[in-house]
Design a binder for this molecule. Structure first.
Ligand SMILES: Cc1cc2nc3c(=O)[nH]c(=O)nc-3n(C[C@H](O)[C@H](O)[C@H](O)COP(=O)(O)OP(=O)(O)OC[C@H]3O[C@@H](n4cnc5c(N)ncnc54)[C@H](O)[C@@H]3O)c2cc1C
Length: 378
């Protein structure tokens, strides 16, 4: 099992890359919307997107190690950490796909960072949770499907990127598929400016009668439910790395600020030692759940509870960090205000905190009614 206090040589190499190539860019990423393309490619050459893969495919068979990479990037830049999550999650989808040909065609390229990839699954995940209508429709057409519709916000996309999305099928069920670069009828649209995460290449996707052949379908309607069940725990756990890296960075701001103003910071609600304890507990849970998510059956409720707790802690820590830093932290060049905007993103990206609470309440109600039924019949 991963020992976060003793980083492996693999994580040390990644840390060196972060310090050399990412740290000098964090201001430009946040303030000018710079997309850190070179960093993303280089991270791929170090194995930063496929640590969960078996060793014969260049991985380390550890989703906890993949989680640690996402977290390590987030301690310097939450925005880039989201890109690392997008890329590694696309590799994770491909790893689980029952379509062997698609897996063999795309997985090595995505896991090595040669082909950058975005995941446009928010709408489908929210649709499956009963929150919104599905935006993409698929109609059977010869050797594949015709796709119509649009998605408002998908990150890590571009002219030479892969996009992985899902659609509802006219005859029933859903498909999940990869959209190769330069597919006819597939358009990228700019969206309104965000207050953060502008360096994530977040664009609208429009499908104007796009033909997707069965070769690019990662899961057909009869495979879809099982496929989603298998990849969802890992999908959600990866995002907790993003949040906990931001918490760690917020604790750093508090320590720095306490060097000069501890005498007054002590009156604030959330103190560094308490937040550090909570961080440690959630980290231990994330590592354990990440290892479990590599198995075929991993229960989802503890994963959703962890993800919700991470959102709450990230908001609390980033908020306390800026209160500790005071007016300095309100300066455009100070990390405290950037961390606050990144923390809000952790709580609004799908599954958002409100979505998680809805899903947790539903699953707990199902468990309660099953428990009452078994006690009545006993
Ligand atoms: C910076 C950023 C990056 C993102 N990256 C991705 C990504 O890589 N992949 C992905 O799948 N999702 C991505 N999203 C979407 C995100 O995961 C959520 O689905 C989204 O923020 C909506 O969630 P919500 O809880 O606010 O939606 P709700 O409040 O439940 O509903 C809002 C819904 O209304 C619609 N809507 C509202 N305002 C607008 C608008 N101005 N333009 C278009 N539609 C609108 C959208 O369909 C949205 O889902 C990103 C969002 C942001 C802010």
């Amino acid at each position: 099992m991963l020992q976060p206090t003793h980083p492996s040589p693999f994580l040390q190499r990644i840390d060196e890359l972060i310090q050399d190539q990412l740290v000098p860019l964090t201001q430009a990423i946040d303030q000018e919307g710079l997309y850190p393309r070179e960093f993303l490619h280089t991270l791929g050459t170090l194995g930063g997107y496929g640590a969960f893969l078996p060793s014969e495919e260049g991985g380390q068979e550890s989703l906890a190690t993949q989680w640690a990479v996402i977290k390590q990037v987030a301690t310097e830049c939450g925005s880039t950490s989201f890109l690392v999550w997008c890329q590694s999650t696309c590799a994770w989808y491909l790893h689980h796909s029952p379509n062997r040909a698609a897996r063999e065609r795309y997985l090595p390229q995505v896991a090595s960072g040669k082909l950058l990839a975005g995941t446009g699954m928010s709408n489908t995940v929210k649709h499956l949770a009963g929150i919104e209508k599905i935006h993409l429709r698929a109609q059977r057409d010869g050797d594949g499907y015709t796709i119509r519709g649009s998605l408002p916000w998908v990150s890590n996309v571009g002219e030479d990127h892969l996009a992985i999305v899902a659609a509802s099928v006219e005859d029933g069920g859903y498909i999940m598929f990869a959209v190769p670069p330069k597919t006819a009828g597939f358009q990228l649209r700019p969206c309104l400016e965000f207050t953060g995460l502008e360096g994530t290449r977040t664009l609208g996707l429009r499908f104007d009668s796009v033909h997707i052949s069965d070769e690019d379908v990662l899961a057909q309607p009869d495979e879809f439910a099982d496929y989603v069940r298998r990849f969802t725990p890992g999908f959600v756990i990866g995002q907790t790395g993003m949040g906990l890296g931001i918490v760690e960075a917020s604790l750093r701001v508090m320590r720095e600020s306490n060097a000069s103003t501890a005498h007054v910071n002590v009156f604030l609600d959330d103190q560094e030692e308490d937040l550090a304890k909570e961080l440690q507990q959630l980290e231990a849970q994330a590592v354990a759940l990440a290892e479990a998510a590599l198995t075929d059956f991993s229960p989802i409720l503890p994963v959703l509870k962890l993800r919700a707790a991470v959102s709450e802690l990230t908001l609390k820590a980033a908020n306390s960090a800026i209160l500790h830093a005071g007016a300095k932290g309100y300066l455009r060049i100070h990390p405290a205000q950037r961390r606050l905007r990144e923390a809000v993103f952790v709580a609004i990206v799908t599954p958002a905190l409100k979505h998680l609470r809805k899903e947790i309440a539903r699953l707990e109600a199902v468990a309660d009614s099953e428990h009452s039924r078994t006690t009545e019949t006993a």
